[in-house]
Design a protein around this ligand. Structure first.
Ligand code: TYC
Length: 108
């Protein structure tokens, strides 16, 4: 249902519509996750987190250390297209710089 159609509906009628009918659906969100490996330098991961995910240096260090210790870590949560772009940016940057760094996305 379009906004115009909704605006033409009487307020009392609108109250009777379900969320589904007025399409107030929230977009699906995706976690972008960085995976640990034994070869990518810590400093490189921190730089990448600052560049691709707009993290501050202390936040980037924290995420990098968490990935290093836990095996994986969330860099951010985004809508589909943005999450796909972030994964691509990480994958391309790591490939260019010849590091085995891997990045995946997972539906929230
Ligand atoms: N484990 C790597 C090292 O010891 C550092 C690292 C951290 C690599 C996070 C990948 O996503 C990563 N140099």
């Amino acid at each position: 249902m379009t906004k115009k159609q909704i605006s033409n509906i009487d307020k009392d009628d609108l109250d009777l519509l379900t969320k589904e009918e007025v399409n107030l659906k929230k977009p699906h969100l995706y976690k972008v996750i960085l995976l640990n490996d034994d070869y990518t330098p810590m400093e490189y991961v921190v730089k990448l987190l600052i560049k691709v995910f707009n993290k501050s240096e202390p936040a980037a260090v924290q995420i990098m250390l968490s990935v290093h210790q836990q095996g994986s870590g969330i860099c951010g949560v985004y809508t589909l297209e943005i999450a796909e772009t972030k994964v691509k940016e990480v994958t391309e940057m790591a490939k260019t710089d010849e590091h085995p760094l891997k990045c995946i996305m997972e539906k929230e």
